[in-house]
Design a protein around this ligand. Sequence first.
Ligand SMILES: Nc1nc2c(c(=O)[nH]1)N[C@@H](CN(C=O)c1ccc(C(=O)N[C@@H](CCC(=O)O)C(=O)O)cc1)CN2
Length: 291
Amino acid sequence: MTATLIDGKAFAAGLRTRIGTAVAALKTQGITPGLAVVLVGEDPASEVYIRSKGRMTREVGMNSFEHRLPADTPQADLLALIDRLNADPAVNGILVQLPLPRHMDEAAVINAIDPAKDVDGFHILNVGRLATGQKAMVPCTPLGCLMLLRDQLGSLSGKNALVIGRSNIVGKPMAQLLLRDSATVTVAHSRTANLRDLCRQADIVVAAVGRARFVQGDWIKPGAVVIDVGINRTDDGLVGDVDFVSASQFAGAITPVPGGVGPMTIACLLANTLTATARANGLPDPQGLTP
Ligand SMILES: Nc1nc2c(c(=O)[nH]1)N[C@@H](CN(C=O)c1ccc(C(=O)N[C@@H](CCC(=O)O)C(=O)O)cc1)CN2
């Protein structure tokens, strides 16, 4: 079998076009969504990501506010900036780019963001709302994976889904979203025994383990849908957590790296900013952008 390629780049472009249309309609009502992105320090990958976020925010017609702080910024100064952004009516979404410098308490910083403006969906209130099936802001990468899976499979109900990785950003919210869609979900991680056997039973594999080419082709159940969240910089360039060449021989469909999940992360950030703007203005959630 040779897998169908899931083109996340094209899907994300289509999503951004729909978002742009919705933003244009909001503007006729005098509402312009605004997204504030905060970068502390000079991590080169983060620099690339926030540049792309700024550019794509402007391309869909939203206002982009970029805040760059030096790596040795005291945490109190970052919290003071977040307070100002929370109070600013022109700002509908706030994102603090991760990772933060080591002297900062990531949870304290994230939980200082107004949950209604938490377009990353990392605030403890949004985490709890997602876990209990309430209306939440949903983390961008797993939301993007869910959109790709639904597009590929239609219904996820009754599918065996294996999430490899238990991070707060991807693994845990991904498991919640799959459960919400009535998949039967297993969460595996670096200490899981018999990972290969678990993988061979999965109709859906979401790999977010952070190890280059970790998931081998012969672990994949023939016909399974494989979503690769990994972004690993190696001597061969950027590779995912799945050994793409061998997995393509077994999977029914698979995301590439680059060009798979990554572009969906930024498109879903814009989707969440639009959703936050609609909610702040008492409007219904935009269609097809929330789980
Ligand atoms: N506050 C947040 N911090 C981080 C998040 C997040 O969702 N919120 N996720 C990642 C980084 N990230 C967005 O911030 C991100 C990662 C990758 C991509 C992407 O488009 N990747 C491309 C490849 C780009 C490259 O060459 O590096 C792809 O996969 O095709 C976008 C956003 C950690 N921090």
